[in-house]
Design a protein around this ligand. Sequence first.
Ligand code: ATP
Length: 281
Amino acid sequence: FKGGEATEGRGQRVTYEDIGGLAREVQRVREIIELPLKYPQLFQRLGVEAPKGILMHGAPGTGKTLIARAVASETEAHFIHVNGPEIMHKYYGESEARLRQVFDEARRKAPSIIFLDEIDALAPRRADVHGDVEKRVVAQLLALMDGLESRGNVIVIAATNIPDLVDPALRRPGRFDREIAINVPDQRGRREILQIHTRGMSLAEDVSLDRLAAITHGFVGADLAALCREAGMYALRRALKSFQLGNERTEDLQLQVTMRDFLDALTEVEPSATREFAMEI
Ligand code: ATP
């Protein structure tokens, strides 16, 4: 399965420690997924069907992909990332075959997690679409979900920003019947996320993550990650400037990210919610 629309494998390790501010959400995902992936025989012995699919919904950049990757890493499951819009548009007309391949591979390499990102592009409400292709893709996905043996060793995690756009048939029992809201982080959540993204950074003493968390209302995880990266760039530019002016040796360079760098970065990094809003006007 080559091409940019799906990445797979067991690489790129993400752990639960890399996810900030979503303790309850992560706990629920783990309860639903880890048990059947690790101990499918328990479900068989009990004669109980293991869950096949869960639907995560929430604003862009809140950590949905991160959670799916972390669960896959921690359970050592094979991970297949399928991007809804790409599979629909890049291989128009071949989307059903591609989906079959994905499910096939997941079965062969089980235990597996299939991550269907932006599932609303893949399975929009059939009542809202006119094209036959779209309708066929939804039907194919339903058939593949129903065809999964409920042994628990293949689990499909779907993600969407707008759950109401997804065909309701997918949200019925035996399909994506568990739903988990991934919320925009509150101040405590932002503090945790900032902590994670500054973990490897050399921070000056004046940096207050508490204060940064307090003044970044509306920032999601992806925004906070961008803020930290940008603050790092400010620190680097500042250091290089003093390097050119004076005659310091590189080892004397003050290479630390200061609170000022973060505040400067804040003038450039905006919460994605505002960016989307700005684009609409
Ligand atoms: P989309 O809906 O746009 O696909 P998403 O919810 O899947 O977004 P991710 O791809 O998981 O978002 O997040 C993008 C990046 O933002 C992550 O790789 C990570 O660096 C950072 N990030 C997002 N949420 C969190 C979080 N809760 N904790 C730590 N980092 C986060």
